[in-house]
Design a protein around this ligand. Structure first.
Ligand SMILES: [Zn+2]
Length: 99
């Protein structure tokens, strides 16, 4: 007889308590925030959660605020980066113009 392998869930620690649906929700959240995430600054997959809402990238050593259980705010960071890049481009162009 084939034996079905079950996924290891972080909610095994609750035993038979609290109900299936709640435990499924908790497992989904905990699977999301543990492990490594993509850095919004250097795009490497090296971001870990230090505490609720605090994220740290080991590659570029940047510590930033995000959502409690996910990095979130990807758009805001990307827009900010684009702004900075545009500003740098314009400042470089101005310098070149002056020369
Ligand atoms: Zn980084």
């Amino acid at each position: 007889m084939a034996v079905k392998k079950r996924k290891k869930s972080s909610t095994k620690r609750f035993g038979a308590r609290y109900g299936r649906r709640l435990k499924e929700k908790v497992a989904e959240i905990e699977a999301g925030h543990r492990g490594r995430h993509k850095c919004p600054y250097c795009s490497k997959k090296n971001v870990k959660r230090l505490a609720a809402g605090i994220w740290f990238c080991k590659s570029c050593r940047v510590k930033f605020a995000g959502r409690a259980y996910s990095i979130g705010k990807k758009k805001a960071v990307k827009e900010e980066n684009d702004k900075i890049i545009k500003q740098e481009d314009t400042s470089q162009n101005n310098k070149e113009d002056k020369k």
